[in-house]
Ligand binder design. Structure first.
Ligand SMILES: [Zn+2]
Length: 257
């Protein structure tokens, strides 16, 4: 798409809402730790400026343990991941952590999750929802693809009173969905001041990472943030693909917005 075409298209649409101006953000993540890894510095920045942030973990992450904790009984693994997420969230200033308890890498459907998310969006009434980009090339983890798709569909369907669940309120409107773990970011948050806090939060997920893995994660995150920052004037940023809910249906140009 040429710059000229892009400019013409943008002129036909409302402005993309800015994540940094959000008042209430609902982060719907496949597993405890995804939002911390993708956007931990942005979350800390938003919390510091008074944005109310809720984490909603879709799965219990009971399958994602690789160290000695993997030997724990199922209930203990679920409790461990929940407590690690709560500690990380408190480091970043997240107001609330909730869990849906779907099985990690389990046999659940997008439709089943989407109905839960319609209810979660209506109940929480965020102006911004964050989740992982289900259209990321080479994303193999089905929990991530299903969660992103369910979030995108819920962001459309919550506004229809006859959709599956209760808590419908005609006056409420969701402004935008922001996708993280994306290869098409269109907003770049200058959150370099919160990088240390992000690392501290990721490190709270002790059952997930060795210190070598944390270092590797941090090195990649550092390089990516510097690369994304090149056109912004900042030194390091986190990237998000933000779209209005109505752009998540029959709009081929959404990939370029
Ligand atoms: Zn994940």
């Amino acid at each position: 798409m040429s710059v000229e075409h892009y400019t013409q298209l943008r002129a036909l649409l409302d402005p993309v809402p800015q994540l940094t101006e959000a008042r209430r953000v609902l982060c719907i993540q496949p597993h405890p730790d995804d939002t911390d890894i993708a956007l931990g510095a942005t979350i800390a920045l938003l919390a510091a400026q008074g944005t109310i942030i809720t984490y909603l973990s879709v799965t219990d992450d009971a399958a994602g343990l690789t160290n000695a904790d993997a030997e724990l009984p199922y209930e203990a693994r679920v409790r461990l991941r929940s407590s690690e997420q709560r500690e990380a969230a408190s480091i970043l200033g997240v107001a609330e952590v909730r869990e849906l308890g779907f099985a990690d890498a389990g046999d659940w459907s997008v439709r089943e999750l989407r109905n839960c998310l319609v209810d979660a969006i209506r109940t929480d009434e965020p102006d911004f929802v964050l989740s992982c980009d289900p259209w990321l090339p080479y994303e193999a983890h089905a929990d991530h693809v299903r969660t992103g798709l369910a979030v995108a569909e819920a962001a459309i369907l919550y506004q229809f009173p006859n959709t599956a669940t209760a808590h419908y309120r005609a006056e409420y409107r969701l402004n935008a969905v922001g996708f993280f773990f994306t290869d098409k970011p269109n907003q770049f948050v200058d959150a370099a001041a919160y990088r240390e806090l992000k690392l501290e939060a990721i490190s709270a997920h002790k059952s997930q990472f060795t210190s070598e893995q944390i270092n590797a994660l941090d090195a990649v995150d550092h390089e990516r943030g510097q690369r994304l920052a090149e056109t912004t004037g900042a030194v390091w940023v986190e990237g998000v693909k933000c779209l209005r809910p109505e752009w998540l249906h029959v709009l081929p140009e959404a990939q370029w917005l």
